[in-house]
Design a protein. Structure first.
Length: 379
């Protein structure tokens, strides 16, 4: 096995064990096949090192099945492509056949595209965090700025309804836009206050290297290809949220998450509080770039009130902002910490709100304060 293929095999085995297990049996089986025969997934080596994740490879596979390889036997296994065939011993050979016929196309996709799992269900975490910030800032309007926005679906939390199981949010939301989220910690007055405090949204801006316009058919096809194969409900939610995005038309900015942020922050009016947020996006930044991001926030926070919401696994999440360790031990990539960092009159504070599942299914809400890291104070 070549030096390139050995770590690739390990990556596929790791994702089968840690990411897909219990959530996508088809991706578990396909990942194990790629771990045993890493040349099946060798097209992923065309991607930049930070993007060499099975999620990207399988999105490329789905994209081909939706475009150039329609009717291929592999599609018969994937419910998101209307496949109904149970997984059997023909699944891995079907992948091998697709790879054999389309290896170069898969490599081109892995080299040019990025994973953009724009999951509107994660708004179920954003909604109570925004309510808590709205109360903290005295009901001042909030200007949302999402890092890694993809199609901007999380910029519209007020366009969705929420069930924890108590109902919050938009009362007339269509069924696919009702975000059902298991509140594992159980209802509490603190959560009810946060979820029941509507945030006044003054503006919506999303930053992404390749933002997706809801009307761009090819880009939307790629976005749909990022949905895991059994998760037909997620696909229906994605389509409904894209329709909302086409109507609301949040502002999307193409650019580096760190480099574009100062310009976006400077465009926010003085009467509104900028609320920067990221959900499973900071993991794609290097540690150096994440530190630079915090530096931009600290410099801005020294000049005006500001907030940041992170829904990320550490070290990409609350560890960026807190001097004290989180009380929670989160399993890598299977859950994330939900936290806020705020700057009020130049003074930073950090609050850990809880832990959350990767796609909006559950939230363990238990707010507590953490000591802010010294680098949150500019200069």
């Amino acid at each position: 096995m070549s030096t390139d293929l050995a770590p690739l095999a390990e990556t596929f085995a790791e994702y089968a064990r840690d990411d897909f297990a219990g959530m996508s049996p088809l991706y578990v089986r396909l990942s194990r096949a790629c771990a045993q025969r890493p040349r099946l997934g060798a097209a992923l080596l065309a991607a930049p090192p930070t993007q060499r994740r099975p999620l990207l490879f399988f999105a490329a596979v789905q994209y081909l099945l939706r475009t150039r390889a329609q009717g291929h036997p592999l599609a018969r296994y994937l419910p998101v492509l209307h496949g109904e065939k149970p997984a059997d011993d023909g699944l891995a050979p079907a992948l091998a056949d697709l790879v054999s016929d389309h290896h170069d196309a898969l490599a081109e996709l892995c080299a040019a595209r990025t994973t953009q799992t724009n999951e509107a269900g994660r708004a179920a975490y954003l909604w109570p965090a925004l309510g808590r910030l709205a109360a903290a800032f005295g009901d001042r309007p909030l200007h949302l700025i999402e890092l890694g926005t993809s199609a901007g679906l999380l910029l519209m939390p007020d366009r969705y309804a929420y069930r924890y199981p108590e109902a919050y949010g938009r009362p007339d939301a269509p069924e696919p836009l009702i975000m059902a989220c298991d509140l594992r910690s159980g209802p509490s007055p603190a959560f009810a206050t946060a979820a029941g405090t509507p945030a006044r949204i003054a503006g919506r801006v999303g930053v992404d290297l390749r933002p997706i316009e809801a009307g761009d058919a090819d880009a939307v096809t790629w976005l749909r290809s990022c949905v895991w194969p059994e998760q037909t409900q997620r696909l229906a939610r994605l389509d409904a949220a894209l329709a909302e995005a086409a109507a609301v038309r949040p502002r999307l900015v193409a650019g580096d998450l760190v480099d574009a942020l100062p310009r976006v922050l400077s465009s926010v009016g003085a009467d509104a509080v900028p609320v920067v947020f990221a959900s499973h996006a900071l993991t794609y930044l290097s540690p150096v770039r994440r530190a630079e991001l915090v530096g931009v926030l600290a410099a801005t926070g020294a000049q005006r009130d500001l907030a940041m919401i992170v829904n990320e696994s550490d070290p990409c999440g609350v560890d960026l902002f807190a001097a004290t360790a989180s009380r929670r031990a989160t399993a890598a990539r299977r859950s994330a910490t939900l936290a806020t960092a705020t700057w009020v009159r130049g003074r930073p504070s950090v609050e850990e709100l809880g832990t959350a599942g990767p796609h909006g299914a559950w939230l363990d809400w238990s707010p507590h304060s953490l000591a802010p890291a010294s680098h949150l104070r500019a200069g």
